[in-house]
Design a binder for this molecule. Sequence first.
Ligand code: GLN
Length: 251
Amino acid sequence: MKIRIGHLYPDYLNIYADRGNIAVLTRRAAWRGDEVELTTLSVGDTLESGAYDLLYVGGGQDREQALVAQDLGSKRDAVLAAVADGAAMLAVCGGYQLLGRSYRDFHGVELPGIALFPLETVAGERRMIGDVLLECELEPGVRRTLAGFENHAGRTLLDPGAEPLGRVVAGFGNDGESGYEGCRVGRAVGTYLHGPLLPRNPWFADWVLAQALAHASGGEPPELARLPDDLEAEAHAVSARRAETRGGRFS
Ligand code: GLN
């Protein structure tokens, strides 16, 4: 199968090696005989809503978010239509914040979001930095952990009834209080977890790939062949241990 990935603003939103997530998706697809066709989309580029099986956006500082927010607004309808049509989406930190209704930055400047996710974010005085561990249940009854790293001033408030990505086991998560992290709408997921996230969470990389393959085939997410993820499992264990011993400390 061919998986068409649209990578939004790689030249603006890419901190903590967030673009490494694309490398993981590309390699894991190739190991199973699937092909990734990657298109980068930045300021001024047109996003064709039906052209992608997976949209991806990384994180960035307030300055970079301000440089792309207006352009993202011009892509709003296409992104919402793509996700409504069943395309998968993964958004990290600053990108995640701009997929909500708005992000008020550290200086009180309100950046408009595209309201894909039912949430809004307001930057606080102190940054929330450190290793994070979540417990997720993306499939009913199947609980797994996600381990990563967070660094954000933004406090994200989900609307009542909104679905988080996971429960915080260690770390801050969305706002350091709710006990939840991230947000999910169908096949679209937003998270504060950098790292990059996917090398140390192969099950989640495969979940994202399966959602994209479902869109590409017009069917259900396929059961993917298992890969020898020993190194990935070790990286996850190290990251999880770090989170449990030192996650969730204000800077
Ligand atoms: N600038 C945003 C914040 O501070 C997002 C940071 C990030 O992407 N790591 O909350």
